[in-house]
Design a protein around this ligand. Structure first.
Ligand code: EPZ
Length: 430
């Protein structure tokens, strides 16, 4: 597959309605592998990661680690991260512009070299995404930051022996950044409260502990870290991607015909399962096989619902655009309140171009269910909006042309091939 920059200009032509039948398998989690790759900067030993998805964002993180001095080998879903013997603490603007998660190398690089200079992440189409919680937390760890010319430069001071950090909001990124950095503050005891407890955060905690970190409280909103002198190399397997799984389950509920989705962790998707329970279309999950069997459900009597997004274990904001597409075809009035990224509604106008009836008031989408969508030219503004429009195109009558579709390659491994495998025809044009 050709390399993917941030040039999102490709377009996908979807002729609907189509049926998806057969089996597809969920890949490793993007939002787990990125912070875990960043944490590899804490050691010079080899890190051997398995179940690593081939995504544009993973390639960007590889670019960043290579510019920081790492040597990376890739074999299918295995990634081996080695040291070149030196660490460069200055990360250019381009990769950070492409992917915000790259900012999380700032703390680890500061610990390795006593300073770091990383571009400040810019704006994002899903809403304001400042890094003030990150910088506040790092400051408590003794890392002073200066922002100048679009870069943040750090200076490492001697930290206190006991540090308490309370996050104003259970931010995934800030929790991961502060936690990763605190691991290598030898002898320092750090307590972080109001942490994010997303499964990807817990995967990072498990990875760091396997490297020799001393973290307790994984999976809870209070993390206690006792800093150590050195962390060692490990072999580690990344968890499955619950957002990819959720996206395919929603797709299956609209166009599935006994579609089987393998490698699904139900414990990571209870919120989605309960939403479908409330809608009156329970998800058929086989615990032993860790797979979901799903078929089109619109012909069944369904309930309109009111729901909201929230940090885990709440309903993930990264499935909000996709469930909006689903609810746009459920009779009655449904509402979705977006509490994490309050202006994450750029997919709404595009869905309305396809015949949906949705309006936004403050951070709530009010959806009047319609009985069909029609194909139209639409534009994707971000990764999950692209997925929502692809699903809409598959159920709509006629042709949908999704421009700026390359966003989708940031978070869905081989989506074209996987959907082709279950009988879906897509035309991708650059
Ligand atoms: C992570 O982003 C995910 N990205 C996002 O997934 C996901 O939407 C988000 O968590 C919420 O679940 C990765 O893991 C790489 P946050 P992150 O810090 O860490 C505010 C996808 O599609 N905030 O939890 O950036 C922020 O503005 C992506 O895969 C501050 O105000 O999200 C937001 O309103 C999109 N100051 C809220 O907190 C800060 O310093 C939650 O953001 C940090 C965050």
């Amino acid at each position: 597959m050709k390399s993917i920059g941030l040039d999102t200009s490709g377009k996908m032509i979807v002729k609907g309605p189509q049926k998806a039948k057969g089996t597809l398998t969920v890949s490793g989690a993007k939002n787990a592998v990125l912070p875990i790759m960043g944490a590899s900067l804490l050691t010079d030993d080899d890190i051997d990661l398995r179940n690593v998805p081939d995504l544009a964002d993973v390639r960007t993180m590889i670019e960043i680690l290579e510019s920081a001095g790492k040597v990376i080998e890739r074999f299918d879903d295995q990634l081996i991260i080695k040291s070149s013997g030196n660490i460069n603490s200055e990360i250019p603007y381009e990769p950070v512009r492409k992917m915000r998660a790259s900012f999380n190398v700032y703390g680890p690089l500061t610990l390795r070299n006593g300073y770091a200079k990383v571009a400040l992440p810019g704006g994002c189409s899903i809403g304001a995404r400042p890094v003030d919680f990150h910088l506040e937390g790092l400051k408590k760890l003794g890392i002073e930051s200066t922002i100048e010319h679009g870069f943040v430069t750090s200076k490492l001071n001697n930290p206190n022996s006991f540090i308490n950090i309370s996050l104003p909001f259970p931010s995934v990124g800030a929790t991961e950044h502060v936690l990763t950095t605190a691991c290598l503050l030898e002898g320092v005891k750090t307590t972080i409260t109001n942490c994010a407890i997303e499964p990807e955060v817990t995967d990072l905690v498990n990875f760091l502990n396997k490297m020799g970190a001393k973290i307790t409280g994984g999976g809870t909103s209070i993390l206690k870290i006792e800093g150590v002198k050195k962390l060692s190399g490990v072999k580690y397997t990344i968890i499955p991607d619950r957002i990819e799984a959720g996206t395919y389950i929603i797709l299956g509920k609209l166009v599935g015909e006994k579609l089987t989705i393998k490698n699904v962790s139900a414990e990571h998707l209870n919120s989605l399962f309960s939403v479908f329970d409330n809608i009156g279309s329970p998800v058929d999950y086989d615990e032993k096989k860790r797979e979901v069997k799903v078929s089109e459900t619109l012909l069944n009597p369904l309930n309109s619902i009111s729901m909201e997004t929230a940090p885990f274990p709440g309903f993930p904001t990264d499935l909000q655009p996709q469930i909006t597409t689903f609810l746009s075809l459920v009779p009655g009035r449904s509402t979705i309140t977006e509490t994490v990224f309050k202006s994450r509604f750029y997919h709404i106008d595009e869905l309305n171009r396809m015949g949906a009836k949705i309006r936004v008031e403050d951070n709530t989408a009010i959806i009047e269910g319609v009985n069909k969508l029609s194909g139209a030219p639409v534009e994707a503004t971000d990764l999950r909006a692209a997925a929502a429009l692809l699903i809409a195109g598959l159920v709509a009558e006629g042709e949908t042309i999704i421009s700026n579709v390359d966003h989708i390659f940031r978070g869905y491994e081989n989506i074209h091939e996987k959907l082709e495998q279950v009988g879906i025809e897509l035309i991708y044009e650059k």
